[in-house]
Design a protein around this ligand. Structure first.
Ligand code: BES
Ligand code: MN
Ligand code: ZN
Length: 510
C-alpha cells in the first residue's frame, strides 16, 4: 500500500464525542442540569409532568402561555434563566407546533434549534424532558440525541475562539415504562449524529487537507474504528482497472487520485448487495473550463457525496445492520495543470463508452461513470449514488432539496420513502427518453454536457449509461450538501444531508 498521508494539517480527533449521554426516569422537577429543555406541543392538554413542573415554578408556564409570551409555535424558544423551585438552573421552552403537523423532519429541526441556542458556552449539562409524541419515544429519543450532537458542532474548526461547544452531558428524561425504547433510540441517535458530524467535518475541512489521499486516510481511520473492510486503489491500480474517465479529471492536478471501497457484510452471503457510490472531487476548480471565483469559493464541498457515503457506512457498521452494503468513493481533484484534460478530448470509460469532453467543469459525471461501472462489474444488486453534481439541480429545486433520478421506480420509491421517514427533502425528476438525445455525441458515443436546459436530468442520463440496467437511484445533492448561511436550526457549511436516508434505506433492505 502506498503512503497515505502526505503533508496535512494536524488531524484533530473527529469522533471524539466527550458528551456523556444517558437516559433516566427522574421527575422533570428533580433533574439537575444547567438547562432543562422542554419541548411543548401547541395543542392538546398539558402533560402531567408539565403540570407538576408548572406548579414547582409557581405557575410560571401557565402565565407565559396566557400572556402569549410562549405559545409553543413551531421551533420557537423561550429561555428562562435563574429559575427557582426545580433542580435545573435554567429552562428552555421549545415550541413544537401542532401534534398533527409534527413530522420527523420538523422534530429534528426544532430540537436542533434548541441545541444551537444553548451550546454557545463550554461544559453545559442539559436535560431534555421528552414529551409524549405521535412519532413514539424511540424516535423522539433518537431525534433528540442526534440533534444535540449535531447542533453543538460548528464549522469553526480553526478558530481560536469557538462559537459552539460540545455539551458535557445530555440526559433524556422519560417515564420508567419508556426507558428501554428510549435507550435504544439514544444509541441509534448517537451513531447517526456522529455519522452526520463526520460527513460535515470532512466537507468543512479545507481542500489542502482533504485531498484524495487525505480523504482516504480518514476513511482508513473510520474503517479501523468501525470494523469495515477497506480497499484503497491508487493511481496504478485505477489505470489497471481502465478507469480512464476518472483519471482524465485527475490529470491536471498534482494530487494523486484514489478510490476507496468500504464493505459491511452484515447479512447472509447470498443476500443482495447494496452499493453506495459517492462523488469525491476534493476541489473543483472547473479545470480548463475554469470557474469564476464566486463559483469556486465553496468547491471544497464537491466531495460531499463521498463524505455522505463514508458517514453512512460508519453508521451501518456501528448499528450492525443485518445487510450487505459496499461504499465506493471516487476521489480526485479537478485542476488546470499542464497535463489537464482538454475540451475536445475523447475519453474511453471503463465500460468502453467513448465520451466527448465539451466542458471540463462537468467532471463529476466523468468520475462517477467509472466508479459506477466498477461497482456493477463487482456484482452489486442495487445502487444509490450521491453527488454535488449540477448547479441546474439547485436552480430547479432550491438550496434545501435534493433531486432524485432513477431507472427503476420501485427502487426509487424505497429511497423516497426512507428520505420521507428520516425527514430529508428529496424530489424526483423525470428521466424520459427525450433527454437522451441531448447528450448524444458527434464523434464519441456521448458528450459530457447536454446544453443549458434540463442540466440536472442530462447529467443523470449520462450516469445511467454506466449502471448497465441495475436498479439505480442518483441523488443530486448540490443544493443541500453545503449551507451558505447559518439558520436557527443549522450551521452554515457541510450539512451531512442524506446520511440518515442512506442508513434507513439500508436498514429497510431486510
Ligand atoms: N460541482 C459542480 C456542481 C455544483 C454547483 C455543486 C454548485 C455545488 C454547488 C459541478 O462539477 C459542475 O461544475 N457542474 C456544472 C455542469 C455544467 C458545466 C454542465 C454546472 O452545474 O454548472
Ligand atoms: Mn465542476
Ligand atoms: Zn464538481
Amino acid at each position: 500500500m502506498p503512503p497515505l498521508l502526505q503533508e496535512s494539517l494536524a488531524v484533530t480527533e473527529f469522533l471524539a464525542v466527550t458528551t456523556d449521554l444517558r437516559c433516566e426516569s427522574a421527575a422533570w422537577t428533580q433533574a439537575p442540569a444547567d438547562w432543562l429543555v422542554i419541548p411543548v406541543l401547541a395543542d392538546g392538554a398539558l402533560p402531567a409532568n408539565l403540570t407538576a413542573l408548572d406548579a414547582a415554578l409557581g405557575g410560571l408556564l401557565t402565565r407565559l402561555r396566557e400572556s402569549g409570551d410562549f405559545s409553543a409555535k413551531f421551533a420557537t424558544t423561550l429561555a428562562l434563566r435563574g429559575v427557582t423551585g426545580i433542580a435545573a438552573s435554567r429552562v428552555l421552552l421549545l415550541g413544537l407546533g401542532n401534534a398533527a403537523e409534527l413530522t420527523r423532519g420538523r422534530l429534528d429541526r426544532a430540537l436542533t434549534t434548541a441545541a444551537r441556542a444553548i451550546s454557545d458556552k463550554a461544559g453545559v449539562k442539559v436535560a431534555v424532558a421528552l414529551p409524549d409524541l405521535p412519532v413514539g419515544s424511540a424516535i423522539s429519543a433518537e431525534s433528540a440525541i442526534s440533534a444535540f450532537l449535531i447542533g453543538c458542532v460548528g464549522q469553526d474548526l480553526f478558530k481560536a475562539e469557538k462559537s459552539r461547544f460540545p455539551f458535557a452531558a445530555v440526559t433524556l428524561l422519560a417515564s420508567a415504562a419508556e426507558l428501554t425504547e428510549v435507550a435504544a433510540g439514544l444509541a441509534r441517535g448517537q451513531i447517526l449524529g456522529e455519522a452526520v458530524n463526520l460527513a460535515r467535518d470532512l466537507v468543512n475541512r479545507p481542500p489542502q487537507e482533504i485531498t484524495p489521499i487525505g480523504f482516504a486516510a480518514r476513511a482508513q481511520t473510520v474503517a479501523a474504528e468501525t470494523g469495515l473492510a477497506i480497499e484503497i486503489f491508487d493511481q496504478p491500480r485505477l489505470e489497471q482497472e481502465r478507469m480512464q474517465s476518472l483519471l482524465a479529471v485527475s490529470r491536471g492536478s498534482d494530487q494523486s487520485p484514489r478510490m476507496v471501497i468500504l464493505e459491511h457484510r452484515g447479512g447472509p452471503a447470498d443476500a443482495p448487495m447494496l452499493a453506495l457510490v459517492g462523488k469525491g472531487v476534493t476541489f473543483d476548480s472547473g479545470g480548463l473550463s475554469l470557474k469564476p471565483t464566486d463559483g469556486m469559493l465553496t468547491m471544497k464541498c464537491d466531495m460531499a457525496g463521498a463524505a455522505t457515503v463514508l458517514g453512512a457506512m460508519s453508521a451501518i457498521a456501528r448499528l450492525k445492520l443485518p445487510v450487505n452494503v459496499v461504499g465506493y468513493m471516487g476521489l480526485v481533484e479537478n485542476m488546470t495543470g499542464g497535463s489537464a484534460f482538454k475540451l475536445g478530448d475523447i475519453l474511453t470509460a471503463r465500460n468502453g463508452v467513448t465520451i466527448e469532453v465539451l466542458n471540463t467543469d462537468a467532471e463529476g459525471r466523468l468520475v462517477l461513470a467509472d466508479v459506477l461501472s466498477y461497482a456493477v462489474d463487482r456484482g452489486v444488486d442495487r445502487i444509490i449514488d450521491l453527488a454535488t453534481l449540477t448547479g441546474a439541480c439547485v436552480v430547479a429545486l432550491g438550496e434545501d432539496v435534493a433531486g432524485a433520478f432513477t431507472n427503476n421506480q420501485a427502487w426509487c420509491d424505497a429511497v423516497l420513502a426512507a428520505a420521507k421517514s428520516t425527514g430529508e427533502d428529496l424530489w424526483q425528476l423525470p428521466m424520459w427518453d427525450q433527454y437522451d438525445d441531448l447528450i448524444k455525441g458527434d464523434i464519441g458515443d456521448i458528450k459530457n454536457t447536454g446544453g443549458r436546459w434540463g442540466g440536472a436530468i442530462t447529467a443523470a442520463k449520462f450516469l445511467q449509461r454506466f449502471v448497465n440496467g441495475k436498479p439505480w437511484v442518483h441523488l443530486d445533492i448540490a443544493g443541500p450538501a453545503f449551507a451558505s448561511g447559518n439558520k436557527p436550526h443549522r450551521e452554515a457549511g457541510g450539512t451531512g444531508c442524506f446520511v440518515r436516508t442512506l442508513v434507513d434505506t439500508a436498514a429497510r433492505q431486510v
